[in-house]
Design a binder for this molecule. Structure first.
Ligand code: ARG
Length: 470
């Protein structure tokens, strides 16, 4: 291309090498910020006109030209050009092509440095809004399954060894709480992201008399950023987002891992809906839990984006450096991936078939009420450590003789301690064990029912009055 096509071409006498142009370009991935770029430019132009820096006619032309460009992009007619580097220069060049000098005045008192920081913040704020809606849906799906199948009793595990029986709803509500905190982290990130760098110009501000509060308000930002260097140099909002996204992916990976385990023949606690699984090309009996496996696997790439972004920023001198162009792919990929995984999990959960019989059988075979037997003795004033020892012997005997705790007679219990009375036969059941765990936050059905109601209320109050970020 001729050097005059490049908006910064004045100083340069040699053509950009084609290879360098390709490496330098970000348009292939930053064009997805076209709407934010156009909104940012319109706000900037409105402010320039109000301050008397450009004329009202120029402003009208700029707005008209930018809206035409928006239509061209949305109808796929826009010619994106790699040699124009990025979304900003592609749109600006087209604007100048369409409206001439008025278009060439748009970049007054602005730099691509504050432009890109503005676009990226706006893009992320809009993305967080969508993500919040998806997290609400995911939590809604957890509550739906908890209401349908929540009274199933399964072994709770520690060390992946059967530990104590719990309600399935209780297990699902644990994830509800994790996702609630994830949501809070995204909202927190949005608060700090919600300030406008526009007007920072290249790094030092500009001699033009800008109204930065006006552009901030037009774009929906809470306020302008206070320091022009900080405005163009930091990407901490992107780091915060990918950190929150990584943690949410880790939570999702744990749920996914459990679904993978539970849907195995070894557990058979759930069956994954056909729409979320595949068969094997060679082994006809198989149904593979692809979607939970993928969600589990994708947690790695989101964490990778987080590390990549932090590493890009590490030791970078102020203010803008071209390194920072590397922020976008990491941020976009993390943002797309976490949104996809939240959506996938929200759709997959209501489609699982819960096998409460298998859950129950695992409880019966697993000595999961051994703690209840020890508690029983402790309540009859046997010191807990002694009680623990007695029940350990009892369980060992059961294993040797191939018995379960619920199949023992009173006489058999009494071989291990004469403290046992007839009521042990009730206390040792899985239902009694669950019902006994009435401590706040515990798995007793009454506790779980009020936890479900409270969670539903929390979710409803949010989805009814969706507050804007910040
Ligand atoms: N494409 C660039 C980026 O994403 C825009 C900012 C370029 N600024 C500059 N001074 N070269 O970072």
């Amino acid at each position: 291309m001729s050097k005059s096509h490049r908006t910064w071409g004045g100083r340069f006498s040699e053509e950009t090498d084609a290879f360098v142009a390709r490496l330098n370009a970000s348009v292939s991935y930053d064009k997805r910020m076209y709407a934010e770029d156009i909104d940012g430019s319109k706000a900037h132009a409105s402010m320039l006109a109000k301050q008397g820096i450009i004329s009202g006619e120029d402003l009208q032309e700029i707005h008209r030209g930018l809206e035409q460009i928006r239509r061209e992009i949305e109808s796929d007619e826009f010619q994106w050009r790699t040699e124009l580097e990025d979304v900003h220069m592609n749109i600006e060049s087209r604007l100048i092509e369409l409206i001439g000098d008025a278009g060439a005045r748009l970049h007054t008192a602005r730099s691509r440095n504050d432009q890109v920081a503005t676009d990226l913040r706006l893009w992320l704020l809009r993305h967080i809004e969508r993500l919040k809606g998806s997290i609400d849906a995911l939590q809604g799906a957890l509550l739906q399954v908890a209401r349908q199948d929540g009274d199933a009793i399964l072994p709770g595990y520690t060390h992946l060894q059967r530990a104590q029986p719990i309600l399935f709803a209780h297990h699902l509500l644990a994830y509800f709480e994790m996702f609630e905190r994830d949501l809070g982290r995204f909202e927190d990130c949005a608060k700090r992201c919600n300030e406008s760098p526009l007007g920072s110009a290249a790094l030092a501000g500009t001699p033009f008399d800008l109204d930065r509060t006006m552009t901030a308000e037009l774009l929906g930002f809470r306020q302008p950023m206070k320091n022009s260097l900080d405005g163009v140099a930091d990407r901490d909002f992107a780091v915060e987002f990918t950190a929150a996204a990584s943690l949410m992916m880790i939570h999702l990976s744990r749920l996914s891992e459990e679904l993978v385990l539970w849907s195995s023949q070894e557990f058979a606690f759930v069956e994954i809906g056909d729409a979320f699984a595949t068969g094997s090309s060679i082994m006809p009996q198989k149904k593979n839990p692809d979607i939970p496996e993928l969600v589990r696997g994708k947690s790695g790439r989101v964490l990778g984006s987080f590390v990549s972004l932090l590493t890009t920023l590490k030791s970078l001198p102020l203010a803008y450096n071209k390194d920072m162009q590397e922020d976008k792919e990491a941020l976009f990929d993390a943002a797309d991936t976490v949104l996809d995984c939240v959506d996938a999990t929200a759709r997959l959960l209501p489609a699982i078939k819960v096998n409460s019989n298998a859950m129950r059988a695992a409880c019966d075979a697993g000595f999961v009420t051994a703690t209840d037997v020890a508690d029983y003795l402790a309540q009859k004033s046997v010191p807990f450590r002694q009680a623990h020892h007695i029940v350990g012997g009892l369980v060992g005997w059961c294993i040797e003789t191939n018995r379960t705790l619920t199949s023992l007679s009173l006489d058999e219990f009494r071989r291990f301690s004469d403290i046992f009375e007839a009521d042990i036969l009730d206390a040792v059941t899985v239902e009694a064990s669950v019902a006994a765990r009435t401590s706040p936050g515990g798995t007793a059905p009454s506790r779980v029912q009020s936890a479900l109601d409270e969670a539903a209320r929390r979710l409803a109050s949010r989805t009814q009055s969706d507050p804007s970020p910040g």
